[in-house]
Design a protein around this ligand. Structure first.
Ligand code: SAM
Length: 281
């Protein structure tokens, strides 16, 4: 079988199994199996696939059909233009989370920031993207999962920011030694019921998803802790799930009555980020 025929067959299998972007998925997995880039693949479409390579590829296709996300199979995911190492110890970073980075970069243009923190850093995507764009910031990245911090460490090395990001193990803001000017957090916000209904934790770590009965357990705790740790003119950017903006905004006003608060939609129009600033620009 040629590479082209193998790709066609994989596309049919993915389509039958209702896997989105069937052609692209096949291409990514074949490139991963053959360890070649896109240009290499397309210049060799008429080449015959060796027996060993065929076995490797069909095994990857089988894993994908059984529901394993492509990022875990290939061990990588792009976020904010950077390539991150990913494995089962961390959540796969989502495109909508790039909004947190965009907003943080906007805020950095108008406000003085010395120390910022990415709480629940997972693979380190938010902290590392920020470090690559704002080389003078002091950045903390915390996670309660020591396993996740190992993955973040690998990514800090990969992107040359080991000296720029202080990884801290612990609960939310507790391990941070100083007041923080900007807290960014994509904490778990899925409800326990949603997780079991959609079998969401079959591949991704439960600790990265579970926000408790109403999805807001972690965000509530972060807001409580932030009253002590946010600097007097600081800000906070929180990623939220569908329908969570009202409870999160009231929660913020309860803890920070004079804050200015904004709710920012993602590209699909879903309210995705709540931004809080303690003093106006
Ligand atoms: C939704 S994932 C987000 C990962 C990454 N920031 C991203 O956007 O891809 C949430 C992360 O929060 C971490 N986490 C859960 N509870 C925490 C806590 N109490 N303190 C710090 N991190 C926590 C999880 O281990 C997980 O890595």
């Amino acid at each position: 079988m040629t590479l082209k025929q193998v790709l066609d067959q994989a596309r049919q299998i993915f389509t039958t199994n209702r896997i989105e972007d069937a052609s692209l998925e096949g291409e990514i997995l074949l490139r991963h199996a053959l360890k070649i880039d896109r240009a290499g693949l397309y210049s060799e479409l008429d080449r015959e696939l060796g027996a060993d390579q065929k076995d490797v590829f069909w095994n990857l296709v089988q894993r994908r059909v059984s529901g394993e996300p492509t990022a875990y199979i290939t061990g990588r995911r792009e976020f904010y233009g950077l390539d991150f190492y990913i494995d089962h110890r961390v959540l796969i970073p989502r495109p909508e989370t790039e909004l947190l980075v965009e907003k943080a970069l906007e805020l950095a243009q108008t406000r003085t920031m010395v120390a910022v923190a990415d709480i629940g850093t997972g693979c380190g995507a938010i902290a590392i993207s920020l470090a690559r764009h704002l080389p003078r910031l002091k950045i903390y990245a915390s996670d309660v999962s020591a396993d996740a911090l190992e993955v973040a460490r690998i990514n800090c090395q990969k992107h040359g920011v080991v000296d720029r990001i202080q990884l801290r193990h612990g609960d939310m803001l507790e391990p941070l030694p100083e007041p923080i000017d900007l807290i960014m957090a994509n904490l778990p916000y899925v409800t326990g019921e949603e997780i079991s209904r959609a079998a969401l934790a079959d591949f991704e770590p439960l600790i990265a998803l579970n926000g408790g009965a109403d999805g807001l357990d972690k965000i509530k705790r972060l807001c409580e802790q932030a009253t002590d740790k946010l600097s007097h003119n600081g800000g906070m950017l929180l990623e939220i799930g569908l329908g969570q903006s009202r409870p999160v905004v009231s929660l913020i006003y309860r803890h920070f009555p004079s804050a200015s608060v904004e709710v920012i939609p993602d590209l699909q129009g879903i309210e995705r980020v709540v931004s809080l600033c303690l003093t106006p620009n």
